[in-house]
Design a binder for this molecule. Structure first.
Ligand SMILES: Cc1cc2nc3c(=O)[nH]c(=O)nc-3n(C[C@H](O)[C@H](O)[C@H](O)COP(=O)(O)O)c2cc1C
Length: 195
């Protein structure tokens, strides 16, 4: 029989939330999520990451307009479909890169560090799973990573305390789920066991 416990249930029940209520998460919840992030493993125990939580609606709104402007001049550097479709998406007035989530946690890391993305991704998954255990919704947000060389965005983020030399790895939208996302089916053939 398949092993089932609380952690495995939380892993399987987590979904990417793309619709949030206005309700802000509590200070204790934010503390728990940031605590979960910094307890992630990191290459060589570097812990060189920085998690910047933004809960100010004006700051999030300004960031959204910078993201919209940034993608207006963005030239995709590969064929990843999302990078191309976003250029059209940002043209819509109601576009919001973090789905109006009341909290955004930006993960940045020191430059020229090979494990920067891996460390931040593991930390983000800790945030996602901790949030799921607290009844909160989350979503991985890639836009600030794609726009990490946009000088307007970097200047603005520097004003929020994210060092200019840091690479922006990823971000997590966090809040209360308004509309649940359906679970995408798992693809076959992605697991192999050699005994
Ligand atoms: C590296 C990475 C980047 C992602 N970027 C975004 C994003 O920018 N916006 C978004 O809505 N979802 C993003 N996602 C979420 C995926 O679309 C989502 O995990 C996938 O569709 C599976 O759905 P689930 O998370 O509900 O299982 C990202 C996920 C990963 C791992």
């Amino acid at each position: 029989m398949a092993i089932d416990n609380e952690i495995i249930r939380i892993i399987k029940s987590r979904r990417s939330t793309r619709s949030y209520t206005d309700k802000q998460i509590t200070e204790e919840q934010l503390e728990a999520l940031l605590g979960a992030a910094i307890w992630a493993p990191s290459g060589g125990n570097n812990q060189s990451w920085l998690f910047t939580a933004i809960q100010n609606a004006d700051v999030l709104s300004k960031l959204n307009s910078l993201v919209r402007t940034g993608f207006g001049r963005y030239v995709p550097d590969d064929d990843y479909p999302g990078k191309h479709s976003i250029i059209e998406q940002v043209k819509h007035e109601d576009y919001n890169f973090c789905y109006h989530a009341p909290t955004l946690i930006i993960a940045s890391n020191k430059p020229h560090y090979e494990n920067a993305m891996a460390d931040c991704a593991l930390a983000l998954e800790n945030i996602f799973l901790a949030a799921e255990s607290l009844g909160l919704g989350t979503c991985y947000i890639n836009q600030l990573h794609w726009l990490r060389y946009d000088s307007d965005i970097r200047d603005y983020l520097a004003g929020l305390g994210i060092p200019l030399e840091h690479t922006i790895c990823s971000a997590a939208a966090v809040g209360y789920t308004d509309k649940e996302s359906p679970a995408p089916a798992r693809k076959d053939g992605t697991v192999s066991i050699v005994r």
